[in-house]
Write a protein that binds this ligand. Structure first.
Ligand SMILES: NC(=O)c1ccc[n+]([C@@H]2O[C@H](COP(=O)([O-])OP(=O)(O)OC[C@H]3O[C@@H](n4cnc5c(N)ncnc54)[C@H](OP(=O)(O)O)[C@@H]3O)[C@@H](O)[C@H]2O)c1
Length: 298
């Protein structure tokens, strides 16, 4: 049985009213919402993730940013995570402001997922600020683009430390909170988990994590937590700019086979929704069918 919990719906409503005040202050509010505040509140309450909280690792840019935005659009409050100081802080704060403008709560928490103390602080700060955790989206990743046999020890440690150990550390830290909310975990994988590319050692970590998705889909069942994954095709983000330089023949891939970050985000939100309740321990391929045509890369 879950521990005694605060009345989240009531807390959500109170929060919503205070958050709505800046919106009400806008001069054009009356024109856009002639029915006044109540219809707006009601429409927010009808959002599937209203009153729920999502933590998205690596959401200062790229696919993570699209996922955080999509989760907020569905009504969730957000814990936005990023790793680096400087530009990433500005990007994470800008995203939080954008989410607040949508009437949701958001905080940005810096932290390297490969560092246990960072992960524990991130989850602590996130849950203390938001009061609960319903969704953990394991999106952050970083890896050198070079053949696996050429990795320096430091690069190898980063490869495993961020992309395997880091994800498990996040899962372990978030689990006590997810248990209380019958929460969901979604891992963002890539086609490198199943297809060879000489410059993509990250693929082996994605494959390992897809096995974790299957295992945790089962092992967390009795604790009320579900885990699934999204295996995404190619998305033109910052990391893709580097891959493009190393992948011979990438220019031949038809434009229609590339994904928009929002298309990955839509499937992540679906997996968090009640509509996906029958999907457990699975990683769904989302690639516009690119893998059907065997564009492995060189
Ligand atoms: N792009 C693609 O074609 C593609 C395809 C399939 C799957 N994916 C997967 O989708 C996910 C996002 O990819 P992306 O292309 O959007 O990546 P990206 O543009 O390179 O962004 C990476 C994000 O992860 C954060 N990050 C990196 N290392 C971190 C760490 N140790 N701790 C915490 N945060 C960290 C970065 O924070 P900073 O801003 O602070 O650096 C940034 O927010 C990854 O798991 C990737 O493997 C990507």
């Amino acid at each position: 049985m879950p521990e005694e919990q605060p009345d989240h719906d009531a807390a959500g409503k109170n929060r919503l009213i205070s958050l709505s005040l800046p919106i009400l202050a806008r001069a054009d509010f009356g024109q856009r919402h002639p029915g006044g505040l109540l219809p707006v509140l009601n429409s927010m309450e009808n959002q599937p993730f209203f009153g729920k909280v999502a933590l998205v690792t690596g959401s200062s840019r790229g696919i993570g940013l699209a996922i955080a935005t999509a989760m907020a659009r569905e009504g969730a409050d957000l814990v936005v995570n990023y790793r680096r100081s400087g530009k990433s802080v500005e990007k994470a704060e800008a995203l939080c402001q954008q989410i607040r403008d949508m009437g949701r709560r958001a905080i940005a928490v810096q932290g390297d997922i490969s560092v246990k103390a960072d992960v524990q602080r991130m989850v602590k700060e996130g849950t203390e600020a938001m009061g609960r955790l319903d969704f953990l989206i394991l999106n952050a990743a970083i890896a050198p683009f070079k053949p696996i046999e050429k990795l320096f020890e430091k690069e190898l440690k980063q490869l495993v430390g961020v992309n395997y150990t880091g994800n498990i550390l996040c899962l372990q830290a978030a689990l006590p909170h997810l248990e209380k909310t019958d929460g969901n975990i979604v891992f963002v994988s890539s086609l490198g988990s199943r297809f060879y590319n000489t410059s993509y050692p990250l693929g082996s970590m994605k494959a390992a994590m897809e096995a974790v998705v299957r295992d945790c889909g089962e092992s967390l069942r009795d604790r009320g937590v579900n885990m699934n994954g999204v295996c995404a095709g190619l998305v033109k983000t910052d990391s893709f700019k580097v891959l493009r330089q190393l992948w011979e023949g990438i220019e031949q891939i038809p434009e229609e086979l590339f994904l928009q970050p929002e298309e990955v985000a839509d499937v992540v939100t679906f997996l968090c929704s009640p509509s996906a309740r029958a999907i457990r321990g699975q990683t769904l391929v989302v690639d516009h069918g690119m893998s059907n045509r065997l564009y492995h890369g060189g």
